[in-house]
Structures are given as structure tokens and as C-alpha cells.
Design a protein around this ligand. Structure first.
Ligand code: SUG
Length: 445
């Protein structure tokens, strides 16, 4: 039986826009009110996913959310026809309309936390949808995320789905963006690292002073319990709060792991040496930490280029390569560092650059756009096969994007009812393409 890691990328939805919704995410703030290009964004993301499929990796697609979210706007007191709901919201509370139009579900690293069957007591792959409560526009994702995950991993013999944790600040959960799994081989029991920003209960641990810490220790521990993980294969690590204050809003902006390699910045954790020693103690096999010194790459350069929001992947040949955003090529310090990295004696042999600039402008790099799911052959065969990316699905999705997506969108366009109609028409067709059933509430009402 073969074991490997599959990536499930979020398709960028038709309402992709720049609304400056994520306080603490520097790119989102800097892009506020820029004109977006949903068509280019969707194509960039899809091409990135196809690049990985063409490299021989298992690659799936997760459907986007339906936006504008008219139901949420109605819950907030806007009424009448859909057109009236949009108009009232635009006039009275444009920030709520913008939140209900965000295409933020594209960043599927925040869709859920996933533990593979090799780590769990019942031998199933466990998924816990992330509640994303720190940001209103993201907190409304999880019911549909759960429906999409259940329709994608739709075999109870192999997959166990948990609803999002209770929506209270004690349990702020951002999913796999704060979770890394190290292992010797994908099929071996791994060591799951849960990186949190703060403890919800009063504690004397340092906390960020400026920007919010989105993930709590309490949430990480709840997910580990739900996933039936052992103490032996979990580690809870606090992120450096000073870095959160500089814009490292998720751990995957400053560290990434794959198999026995952890690639991280010198300032990623409060005490890197202690973290590495703890991992070394618990990790079964040779552990390979690669620490990037501040002298080579500053925290600012890491945030601007997303050096750590890269995908470290193993090709079928066994070779480990790094999938990096083209922004890394454009940053002199980072580009120099990457040139050196692949020359040095370490497991990473090559860098492959992908252009995901539309997503990057909202703070989402290659790693944000994917949910990693370690699987074996039998489990992959049990996944909804219509969601697996191959040449045919790639061609269909490109045509579907061409047919339905706009190539420019301003935040003032969000009030336009025709955007809602275009979006629902597109997603209705997509559910047929991906054989998802009626995952959207507009299909059931
Ligand atoms: O949650 N940006 C997302 C980016 C998420 C990146 N994901 C990972 N690091 N895994 C966020 O901050 C911006 C939306 C806007 O401003 O229009 C946004 O939601």
C-alpha cells in the first residue's frame, strides 16, 4: 500500500475582492479597495494546483463558498428581495456587505485541521472544520466548509468529520495553518505540531500587544482530542507573539514542515532551541530542522515574500522540492537565500516558482491555498473522484472560469445583484462538475 500527501486546493470564488478585512494581515490592509481580477485569481490558483498534479502529486479541488452570503445579511436585519438586501447593506453597513462577499474560503489551509489515519486511534482520517471566529468574514465559512468536506471525503469507512469548535474566543481555531505534521514516512505515525498564538485562560505567557492571536491553545487541544491523538504524537508550541505583532497572523507565514524537515525562521517561536529539542525528543527517527537566520532573511522579508508559505513536497521520485510564490524571486534577500538553500547539503533539492499574486495581495500564498491530507491508496480511491484534478477537470474548470468570472471587480460592484446571480449560476454548475450535491443553501431554499 502506498502512502502520500495529497493537496486539496480551494478554487477562488467569483467575488474575489480586496476589502481590507483582516486586521493583523499586512497584505490585506495594503490592498484594501484595490481592483481585483477574479478570473486571473482563479486561473492562477488552478494552474498552481495543476503544476503539482503534473509533478505527479495527488491533487484535489475544494469548491468555494457562495457569496454574497444573503442569508447572513438577512440574519443581520437586512430584508426584502435579494436586490434590496444588498442595497440596504451597501447603504447602511458597507463593511458587513464586504464581509459577506469575501472569497476568503480559497485559503483552504484554514478550512480544517486534518489528522491522517496513521495517527488516529480509530484508524480514520479526521477533519475538524475551523471556526475562524477571529474574523467575521471568515467565521461564516464553516457550515458550508463542513458540507463541502463531507461531499469531498464522503466515505464513512475512512473519513470522520467533526463540526467546528464552539464559537467562543476560548476556542479560536484557524485550522491547518497552525498545524504541521512531521513523520519519517507518510504511512508511519507522525508527530503533530499544534502552534497556537495565545492561551485563553489567564496565564503569564507573553501575548501579542497589537494584532490578535487567532489560535488558542484550548482550541488546539480540543482538536487533538477529537482526532484521537496520543500525547506521544502531539506537541503544543507557542508562536512568537512579537511576530504576530509584525504581521505573522498564522504559523504558516513563518514555518512549514514536511516529512522529517521543519523549515522555519530564527524568530518563529518564543524559544526555538527549546522547541527543536522537544521535537527531537518526541520524533521517531532523524529530524532535519532548517532554521533561516534573521541575518539572511529579515522577518519583514519573510512576510513580504512568503518564503515560509511555501509547499514542501515529495515528488514520486522521493526528491523534496519547495513550491514558492514568484514574490520570493523578486525579493533579493530571499532569492539569494533560496539559491544557497538548494546548494547546501539538505533534503531540499529544487525551488519551483508559481504566480499566485492575486491571492498574495490578500495575504494568501501557495500554502494557504491548499489543505494537505495524508492518505493511502485505499483512502484516495474513497475520495469523491470528481474532485481529483486531472487534464479533463483542468480543462473543464478553465472553461467554467472563462464562462462565469469577471476580470475586474471593485468593492462598489459588490452591491450589484447580477454578481450574486452570476455567482450562484456558476456554483450550481460547479456542484454538478464536482458531483457535490446541494452543498449551498441557495440550492436547497
Ligand atoms: O484570513 N485574508 C486571509 C488570508 C489567509 C491566509 N491563510 C493562511 N495563512 N493559511 C486571512 O487573513 C483578506 C480578505 C480581504 O481583506 O479582502 C483575508 O481574509
Amino acid at each position: 500500500m502506498k502512502h502520500f500527501e495529497a493537496n486539496f486546493d480551494g478554487l477562488v470564488g467569483p467575488t474575489h475582492n480586496y476589502a481590507g478585512l483582516s486586521y493583523g494581515n499586512v497584505a490585506s490592509a495594503n490592498s484594501a479597495a484595490l481592483t481585483s481580477n477574479p478570473k486571473a485569481a482563479a486561473k492562477q490558483g488552478l494552474l498552481k494546483a495543476k503544476t503539482l498534479a503534473d509533478l505527479g502529486l495527488a491533487q484535489g479541488i475544494l469548491a468555494p463558498q457562495s457569496r454574497p452570503d444573503i442569508n447572513t445579511l438577512r440574519m443581520l436585519g437586512f430584508g426584502g428581495t435579494n436586490a434590496e438586501v444588498l442595497k440596504q447593506a451597501a447603504a447602511q453597513a458597507p463593511q458587513l456587505l464586504q464581509a459577506c462577499c469575501s472569497a476568503s474560503s480559497m485559503w483552504t489551509a484554514n478550512a480544517a485541521t486534518v489528522s491522517p489515519s496513521a495517527d488516529t486511534h480509530d484508524g480514520k482520517v479526521h477533519f475538524t472544520a475551523a471556526n475562524l471566529i477571529e474574523k467575521f468574514h471568515r467565521s461564516i465559512e464553516h457550515p458550508t466548509t463542513s458540507a463541502i468536506l463531507r461531499a469531498t471525503f464522503n466515505d464513512k469507512r475512512y473519513f470522520c468529520h467533526h463540526d467546528a469548535l464552539p464559537a467562543h474566543p476560548t476556542f479560536g481555531d484557524e485550522g491547518a495553518a497552525n498545524h504541521t505534521r512531521l513523520c519519517q514516512e507518510y504511512g508511519h505515525a507522525g508527530l503533530e505540531l499544534f502552534v497556537y498564538g495565545r492561551e485563553a485562560k489567564p496565564s503569564d505567557r507573553p501575548q501579542p500587544k497589537k494584532f490578535p492571536a487567532r489560535q488558542t491553545l484550548e482550541a488546539s487541544k480540543a482538536v487533538a482530542r477529537l482526532h484521537q491523538l496520543d500525547d506521544d504524537n502531539t506537541l503544543f508550541i507557542q508562536q512568537n507573539p512579537d511576530l504576530i505583532d509584525q504581521g505573522v497572523f498564522h504559523n504558516d507565514v513563518i514555518a512549514v514542515g514536511n516529512k522529517n524537515v521543519l523549515f522555519y525562521h530564527q524568530q518563529a517561536f518564543i524559544d526555538n532551541a527549546e522547541v527543536i529539542a522537544k521535537i527531537q525528543q518526541k520524533f521517531d527517527g532523524d529530524f532535519y530542522p532548517i532554521e533561516v537566520p534573521t541575518a539572511n532573511v529579515s522577518v519583514q522579508d519573510a512576510i513580504n515574500s512568503y518564503l515560509f508559505n511555501t509547499q514542501l513536497v515529495n515528488l514520486p521520485s522521493g526528491e523534496m522540492i519547495i513550491i514558492a510564490p514568484t514574490n520570493c524571486q523578486e525579493n533579493q534577500a530571499v532569492s539569494q537565500y533560496l539559491d544557497q538553500l538548494v546548494q547546501l547539503n539538505n533534503p531540499i533539492s529544487k525551488v519551483h516558482f508559481v504566480d499566485v499574486k492575486q491571492s498574495m495581495q490578500n495575504g494568501g500564498g501557495p500554502a494557504c491555498l491548499r489543505l494537505r491530507v495524508a492518505l493511502n491508496d485505499t483512502e484516495l480511491a474513497a475520495v469523491n473522484q470528481a474532485t481529483i484534478l486531472n487534464d479533463t477537470l483542468f480543462a473543464h474548470l478553465n472553461n467554467w472560469i472563462d464562462k462565469h468570472y469577471r476580470d475586474r471587480l471593485d468593492i462598489d460592484d459588490l452591491v450589484d445583484e447580477s454578481l450574486l446571480i452570476e455567482s450562484q449560476t456558476a456554483l450550481d454548475e460547479l456542484t454538478q462538475l464536482l458531483k457535490l450535491g446541494s452543498v449551498y443553501s441557495f440550492q436547497r431554499n
